[in-house]
Design a protein around this ligand. Structure first.
Ligand code: NAD
Length: 696
């Protein structure tokens, strides 16, 4: 019979089952280990230890899970109550065996708590992990010291540096979980387990005392260097993964308490640094982007049971895959059989390649293809609840399609365009139902990139916005609401960078230097590598060619980018890029023709010239109300263009530089290059007031 002995503390309740005290954490939906819960656990453990009738303790989560970890809203604030590391040392030092009983999640501080217990049992559906690295920090309550002692350094590296949760079965296989409990009988199983520990006189297994698993790290210290190298690309520029590796290395090398001190010092460095501030900011910014002030969360969304996609090209195919992956049937339309067949083949090949890599079951390839209906008749879209147009970027064609859709689509259907730049309001005006028209701007490759710019037209209905945002999330995207303007948020800012990159190369900076600086800053590639990848002939044709720009001349020589093995760079068979003399000659010729004086620029100038105008443009976007908040712009750049998360997005980055500094540089460039650098009024005001975009 359970008996309440400590009902006064509402965050941790204690019940007795025979000689076992069952401490249940019940603090909010995720048992975040904030001050109150830490104090509650301390008091409950001490009371149970002091109670002569108690022989063992079970720590279990109430509600949905064991614990999702630290309360991140407490980061950066002064510590109150016992710290998590101290609490965990106290639990580990308990004179009575403590058993962690895990269901739902035991993540971060939650798993560290379980690691401080003497034994761990879990239901098979439970997930455990140390995701701190994703917030730019590390498990700072002993996680980097205890985990390697249980699973060995190699597996600990995967769990801590990877940051992804693992299932309880896998955790049991690596010795992290001592026993799996039946799915619906965790508490009883944990109590019985604790009773067995007592009855069999099993020892208090303190992980701190274990040495068997970490011996590997001492015998084979090369494993850390190898791991660093294997993960160099993924972790490029990030401080936290390096600190995690150093801590695990320390766990193998140092006595436990010294290792803990090492971990603490590394944690403090990270938690007070800019990178983790940026990564925590991004975590919240991503959630914030879902909130639209005048479209409340409870706005009823329209039902989307079937989607229509017009155009089976690069974007149409990728867009369709998103819905097929989510089990939503798609009707795809083309004008010609050959284009349709090509599009379908690409989709199938994509799925088959994923299956070959083992990330999709062969039968799922067929299930997904089975949800796809192809047609050459636009009329077949009559049954669709959402129709996304992804034909050529040509206003005439788009207008014609939307006026036809108006007569075909059923009432209440949402009519969306994937246009990159064009005016959604002008497209909407071709229909008798502009309230149902919206932009849904996916990024290439559309089945991979997570950003979705949802473009709100002047007349777009609120429930249409709510539906577009919701369906975007359902298919795994991060939707951000933006307003109608040329290029919306992302491409509008990108145009600034592109203009300056082009100007810099005429002035004498090599494309390779521009690309290098942008890459070293942390973006996945520089502007010229990006152009080569996309194809230099987008929007170029031999007929309209004017032989004016560097791009014109490159295309004329059939240097159209990676696809022709030459663009700004030369490419070998493995698509490895090397700087091209031909390109340098072309640039010199155009510069001479335009009378541009050749000079050089240092890396700092290249960075400022290409990225500061983007900040300025972001400020203009905010001024004009084309983005709801500065953090939405950051989410666009992180998820659509690979802006390094550890720099928080262009607007956050601007704040870290200081707006007065950004303003001063823009003014200096304005004096030299004119209008293009004219600071926005918002930037001027914020700088004058000593504020940042974060204060808006
Ligand atoms: P694409 O040329 O690869 O594909 C366009 C397809 O539309 C072609 O297969 C064409 O046959 C088909 N098409 C043309 N007219 C049609 C009609 N009347 N009915 C049915 N199908 C028709 O072009 P894309 O790169 O997929 O771009 C499509 C749209 O997506 C454009 O508006 C573009 O700006 C936008 N977009 C492109 C990218 C990108 O990186 N490629 C990124 C975001 C948005």
């Amino acid at each position: 019979m359970a008996q309440d002995v400590n009902a006064n503390d509402n965050v941790v309740s204690t019940a007795r089952e025979g000689a076992v005290a069952v401490l249940t954490l019940q603090s909010g939906p995720v048992n975040a280990l904030g001050t109150a819960l830490r104090q509650g656990i301390l008091a409950a453990v001490e009371a149970a230890e002091a109670d002569a009738a108690v022989e063992a303790i079970v720590l279990i989560g109430g509600g949905r899970m064991f614990s999702a970890g630290a309360d991140i809203t407490e980061f950066g604030k002064p510590q109150s109550g016992i710290s998590l590391p101290d609490l965990l040392n106290r639990i580990e030092a308990s004179t009575k065996p403590v058993v962690a009983a895990i269901h739902g999640n035991a993540l971060g501080g939650g798993l560290e708590t379980a690691l401080a217990c003497h034994y761990r049992v879990a239901v098979p559906s439970a997930k455990v992990g140390l995701p701190e690295v994703k917030l730019g920090i590390l498990p700072g309550a002993g996680g980097t010291q205890r985990l390697p002692r249980v699973v060995g350094p190699r597996k600990a590296l995967d769990v801590i540096v990877g940051g992804s949760p693992i299932g309880a079965k896998a955790a049991a296989a690596m010795g992290l979980i001592d026993e799996l409990a039946p799915e619906d009988g965790l508490r009883a199983h944990a109590v019985a387990f604790a009773e067995r520990v007592v009855a069999e006189g099993r020892p208090l297994l303190k992980i701190r005392d274990r040495d068997d698993k970490i011996a590997e790290g001492r015998e084979n210290p090369g494993l850390f260097a190898a791991f660093r190298e294997e993960n160099a690309r993924k972790t490029r520029g990030f401080e936290a993964p390096q600190a995690c590796i150093a801590c695990i290395e320390a766990a193998c090398r140092l006595p436990f308490d010294e290792g803990l001190a090492f971990e603490r010092a590394e944690f403090q460095k990270l938690v007070s640094g800019t990178q983790s501030a940026a990564q925590r900011y991004v975590f919240f910014a991503e959630r914030q982007a879902a909130k639209i002030p005048d479209v409340p969360d409870d706005t009823p969304a329209r039902t989307i049971a079937r989607v229509g996609v017009i155009g089976a090209g690069t974007m149409g195919g990728g867009i369709s895959m998103n819905f097929l992956n989510a089990g939503i049937p798609v009707t795809i339309v083309e004008t010609k059989r050959a284009a349709l067949d090509r599009g379908l083949k690409t989709i199938r090949t994509n799925y088959e390649n994923t299956a070959k890599k083992g990330r999709l079951k062969p039968e799922d390839v067929e299930t997904r293809m089975g949800l796809l209906t192809d047609t050459l008749e636009l009329e077949k879209l009559a049954e669709c609840d959402l129709i996304i147009e992804a034909v050529f970027e040509d206003m005439g064609i788009k207008k014609e399609i939307f006026s036809k859709l108006d007569t075909i689509a059923k009432p209440g259907a949402i009519l969306a365009s994937n246009t990159s730049y064009l005016d959604i309001d002008a497209i909407a005006a071709m229909t008798s139902r502009p309230a149902d028209v919206i932009g849904m701007h996916f990024f290439s490759p559309a089945n991979v990139m997570r950003l979705l710019e949802v473009v709100r037209g002047e007349k777009t209905a609120k429930d249409v916005i709510a539906t577009a945002m919701q369906i975007g999330r359902k298919v795994g995207k991060i939707p951000v609401l933006v307003g109608v303007c040329h290029g919306f948020v992302g491409n509008r800012m990108l145009a600034q960078r592109q203009r300056e990159a082009n100007r810099l190369i005429l002035e004498g900076v090599t494309p390779w230097d521009v690309d290098r600086v942008v890459y070293e800053f942390g973006l996945p590639m520089g502007p010229f590598t990006m152009s080569d990848l996309a194809g230099l002939d987008i929007g170029w044709s031999r007929e309209t060619n004017k032989s004016e720009s560097v791009r014109d001349l490159l295309c004329e020589q059939d240097r159209r980018g990676q696809k022709t093995s030459a663009g700004f760079y030369d490419y070998d068979a493995k698509r490895k890029a090397t700087p091209s003399k031909v390109t340098e000659e072309i640039i010199a010729k155009v510069a001479e023709r335009q009378g541009v004086a050749r000079r050089n620029a240092n890396d700092q100038e290249i960075l400022e010239r290409t990225l500061y105008p983007m900040i300025n443009e972001g400020a203009k976007i905010l001024e004009e109300g084309k983005a709801i908040r500065a953090s939405d712009i950051d989410i666009v750049w992180i998820n659509g263009y690979g802006w390094p998360v550890y720099r928080g997005g262009p607007m956050f980055w601007a704040d870290t530089i200081g707006l007065p500094k950004v303003l001063e540089r823009l003014r200096a460039y304005e004096a030299e290059y004119g209008e293009d650098f004219k600071p926005s009024a918002l930037l001027e005001r914020l700088a004058a007031e000593g504020k940042g975009f974060k204060d808006l």
